[in-house]
Design a protein around this ligand. Sequence first.
Ligand code: FES
Length: 107
Amino acid sequence: MPKVIYQSPDGARTEIDAPVGATVRNLALANGVDGIVGECGGELMCASCHVYVDEQFLERLPPVQEEEDEMLESTACERLSNSRLSCQIKMTDELDGLLVRLPEEQL
Ligand code: FES
């Protein structure tokens, strides 16, 4: 089973076993990882599931679609080139070890 690693702004890391197909947002909420709110339930209506994806994994993710791109304009913390919405990242075997950094705030 692939793993996803969440890194808090203070550097603390939480590693979670991720069933293939689960989203990085849902895994965080289901496992009590602080730092992802995801208040719209993964419907691309909030941007409170913002994460910074480690550069080495960026190319393995599907490209940002138009709706995600628009929502990324309203993140609480600065949008960077590696910003993604975690509700749009579904785990695959290829993403094993995925490292996402959590922003200082989501709202
Ligand atoms: S949970 Fe709302 S956009 Fe991802």
